[in-house]
Design a protein around this ligand. Structure first.
Ligand code: SAM
Length: 269
């Protein structure tokens, strides 16, 4: 399947965005992995690994006696991931060019799996979840970060064009066969598959533009306006209005941003 089929693209800007996003989210991922008891020697699946930013952190945690299996469809992302692993001498990392929707997962008896912002893009996420659960050993852990309410992403004071942008993102996402708020479905599906739900956490921030976290969703805003234009989902005039309004509102002292709400799930087979 062509790389462009990933709704957010696989160009260099998207690789940079995913890297920055990982730097913002890394403390939460590390904390969740610790609670899931991922450690030295663990064999871990990074499901929908992208260019491998979390993969490299997992590789450090599991060490040379562990294994990290990066499962990803995009060849371009896997090239970045393999180059990083090679440069850092991480032989415990293996890259697997797999389309989660159509292919088998080439791993069995894994101790754990990590999934962040992947189920939301799949046409049949429940089938993918089952394949992933099948790849875990009994007692293996599943750690998930997915959106549960994307439209909490708002500015204060209100900015109608910004809200329109978020709504367009959501409808483009659904039009591409995904479901941004997939976090609402996952707990019930996990229980259907016989997993024990160990913990849940909401992750949401309210930040001013001086906060490093501000740049995480805003980086997406900048890139994705161009993407929506490319896809003819918005007009050049609307794109300009969105940018102008954002520049005006974000220049006002006291403007705050609420981030899209993520659910963290730690479950055990
Ligand atoms: C938002 S990115 C998240 C990447 C990574 N998990 C992270 O947190 O940085 C979603 C990833 O899922 C991958 N993906 C989407 N659909 C896929 C499929 N059917 N098979 C394999 N990977 C897929 C995309 O190529 C992309 O790398």
């Amino acid at each position: 399947m062509a790389d462009r089929d990933y709704v957010l693209g696989t160009h260099d800007d998207e690789i940079y965005r995913l890297g920055f996003q990982h730097r913002v989210w890394r403390p939460r991922a590390l904390d969740a992995w610790t609670r899931a008891r991922i450690g030295d020697g663990s064999k871990v699946i990074d499901f929908g690994a992208g260019p491998g930013f979390a993969t490299m952190d997992l590789a450090e945690i599991v060490g040379p006696t562990g294994a990290v299996y990066a499962i990803e469809r995009s060849r371009r992302f896997l090239d970045t991931l393999e180059a990083q692993a090679k440069a850092r001498g991480m032989t415990q990392v293996t890259a697997h060019e797999v389309d989660i929707s159509t292919d088998a997962i080439p791993v069995t008896n894994a101790d754990a799996a990590w999934v962040r912002w992947v189920f939301a893009f799949l046409p049949d996420p429940k089938a993918a979840l089952k394949k992933l659960v099948d790849a875990l050993r009994p007692g293996g852990a599943l750690v998930i970060h997915e959106y549960i309410d994307y439209q909490t992403w708002r500015l204060s004071p209100r900015a109608p064009n910004f809200e329109r942008f978020v709504d367009e993102v959501v409808s483009n996402w659904r039009g591409s066969g995904g479901e941004p708020d997939i976090g609402r479905d996952l707990p019930a599906w996990l229980m259907d598959l016989g997993l024990k739900l160990e913990s849940f956490k909401p992750h949401v921030d309210i930040v001013s533009k001086d906060d490093n976290v501000w740049r995480w969703p805003i980086g997406f805003f900048d890139i994705h306006i161009d993407r929506l234009l490319e896809l003819n989902r918005i007009t050049p005039q609307l794109a300009k209005d969105m940018r102008d309004e954002f520049a005006r509102v974000s220049a006002q002292p006291g403007t705050l941003m609420v981030t899209p709400l993520v659910i963290e799930i730690v479950a055990r087979k």
